[in-house]
Design a protein around this ligand. Structure first.
Ligand SMILES: NC(=O)C1=CN([C@@H]2O[C@H](COP(=O)(O)OP(=O)(O)OC[C@H]3O[C@@H](n4cnc5c(N)ncnc54)[C@H](O)[C@@H]3O)[C@@H](O)[C@H]2O)C=CC1
Ligand SMILES: [Mg+2]
Ligand SMILES: [Zn+2]
Length: 276
């Protein structure tokens, strides 16, 4: 959400407004960006899989159109959500991040998980509905803990084999049923590096639409243990001094924010702002 963008459930039978267009290749863009006049776009006779009204941008209704194929219109091309996260304006990234989450959910909830019948889209609520079961499926959000562990002037950073070459980041992991955020944090830290932590402090949260994480960011202090890396998940983990850091995650990630915040406090620099 931002001052210019608010989410809403809109009736897709009403015309007008703007459309963001998605396929397996990402979002459609042309020279004007990723928001298209919706009526014009529909006149191009695209092969639409589904459509959801998702919110208002500067007061204008915005719809998500998901296509079957990935044939772009003349002058248009496809761009992945990560590209929008890394560059360009934050409002567009926020809208597309939301649209991507709705699209993933809508695609994965076409059938009732209980009885297997097709589900229908509800107009007034962001839910897919099975009438025989009276069951609603809402968009999926996966709570994930992320923590910066510190030891005085040193911070613990690790590499997953999935990361861009050379980049080190904070530890993170998905919550399991039955856990508090703090339980999850302690478990993930034990699993990934076999360390113990203390003084766990909540710092802030961030929507991470890859594909549907809600990042809950914490700071914790080292309490004991020697680093033992979890096979497959952690390729390397080290203590780094705040004035000698390796390549770090993207500027808009909460991982980067947690690192920058601690470094700023330690070195007496201006504190960063969490993009969200
Ligand atoms: N915004 C940011 O700054 C950062 C975001 N993240 C995100 O945090 C999330 C968790 O981080 P990871 O280290 O990958 O998790 P993790 O340490 O729990 O390991 C990933 C494993 O968790 C399991 N898993 C996958 N999806 C799951 C779900 N929805 N619920 C429960 N378990 C699931 C799978 O076995 C997967 O291999 C990811 O979505 C990741 O993209 C991670 C680091 C930085
Ligand atoms: Mg992890
Ligand atoms: Zn059902």
């Amino acid at each position: 959400m931002s001052a210019r963008w608010t989410t809403a459930v809109l009736d897709t039978n009403v015309g007008g407004g703007l459309a963001v267009v998605r396929s397996a290749e990402g979002f459609m863009v042309d020279a004007n960006g990723a928001l298209f006049p919706r009526d014009w776009f529909k006149r191009q006779e695209p092969d639409i899989r589904f459509e959801h009204g998702i919110g208002h941008y500067d007061g204008q209704p915005v719809y998500l159109i998901e296509l079957h194929g990935s044939q772009a219109l003349p002058g248009c091309s496809w761009r992945g959500l990560r590209q929008f996260m890394l560059e360009g304006d934050f409002d567009t990234y926020t809208i597309l991040g939301y649209a991507a989450q709705i699209a993933t959910w809508a695609r994965e909830h076409r059938f009732c998980g209980s009885c297997g019948q097709p589900m229908t889209q509800i107009n007034r609520e962001r839910a897919m509905y099975c009438e025989p079961c009276d069951l609603r499926s809402y968009p999926r959000i996966s709570p994930s803990m992320i923590v910066l562990i510190t030891r005085g002037d040193e911070i613990l950073l690790a590499r997953s084999p999935r990361f861009v070459t050379g980049v080190y980041s904070t530890l993170a992991g998905f919550a399991e049923p039955g856990e508090s955020a703090e339980d999850c944090l302690v478990r993930e830290v034990r699993e990934e590096v076999a360390l113990e932590v203390k003084n766990i402090q909540y710092v802030g949260s961030q929507c991470w639409p890859f594909p549907h994480s809600m990042m809950l960011g914490f700071h914790a202090e080292y309490a004991g243990g020697e680093i033992v890396m979890q096979p497959d998940e952690i390729e390397d983990a080290q203590w780094f001094r705040v004035d000698a850091l390796p390549p770090l995650p993207a500027g808009r990630s909460i991982a980067r924010y947690l690192i920058d915040l601690y470094v700023a406090r330690r070195l007496g620099l201006a504190e960063p702002v969490l993009p969200r």
